[in-house]
Design a protein around this ligand. Sequence first.
Ligand code: GTP
Ligand code: MG
Length: 319
Amino acid sequence: MAEEKKKPRDITDLPGIGPSTAQKLIDAGFTSIEAIAVATPHEISQITGIPLPTAQKIVQAAREALDIRFKTAKQLKEESMLVRKITTGSRNLDQLLGGGVETRTITEFFGEFGSGKTQICHQLSVNVQLPEDRGGLEAKAVYIDTEGTFRWERIEQMARGVGLDPDEVMENIYWIRAINSHHQMAIVDQLFDLLKRENIKLVVVDSVTGHFRAEFPGRENLAMRQQLLNRHLHQLARLAEIYNVAVVITNQVMARPDVFYGDPTTAVGGHVLYHAPGVRVRLKKSRGNKRIARIVDAPHLPEGETVFVITEYGIRDPE
Ligand code: GTP
Ligand code: MG
């Protein structure tokens, strides 16, 4: 009788990884099988000093452990039925998104400063906790804050705005400050463990691009920046898929990214998700507290714009 193969759960369960190799991987931030599977052998070899042929075997083993295989169209249909939605607080915006922010997907909000990206992230962190009949998933949120703009006071206000207990709501949001791009990616690696244990249905990265831009400025660093950013997005996409969570990222761009003046690379951030699956929403400031949202490059969603407002209690429809 064929012996049933034990499914590796930890990187030390992978064939060919001894304790010292495991330690090197962990020290370099490759703490999970998923993190190794989405990396390239070159990357692992460069970062950890593990010889390339060994790194190739390790990546191969990690990918096999994750069961990378064909799916049938029927399975795809069944998986699509697992997708759930989180309300933004604005019916207009929900409609534009096809019912709300989806799980298993990356949703990018991009726009100029003050366009409402961070406010939407706060609101979703509250709303994911709502019962399902009110547009939530009765689940917790993770908030990766790269700019130090998270405000618990705002969460309190928004919790009151939807009639939830502010203290409970704040208990259910795991906040972490990412200090640089490397840390930001290491945090996402760690999430593969946290999401196994906790009922988390939303992961926010606000902003996804800030550190990468600051650390790799200008044209000459563009290729490197984009390569790392792609790896980060890949991590996030896998996280969304494996755990059926909504991943929401923000990205500050100039008011008119189509116009090239000053540093032309600032526009590049506008195309963060260009090659990744997901939904991209452009936000624009309008009069007073009004904001305009438009979906970009999503053939499956309706064209057009919508208006929402940022009130004392959070994101809402205009009166
Ligand atoms: P950057 O991160 O700078 O790129 O901007 P952003 O797109 O994240 O903007 P953010 O979400 O921070 O939106 C800022 C706007 O939200 C402000 O201009 C205010 O109009 C509004 N806002 C922020 N906090 C409050 C608040 O406590 N009460 C109310 N009524 N409005 C707020
Ligand atoms: Mg912001």
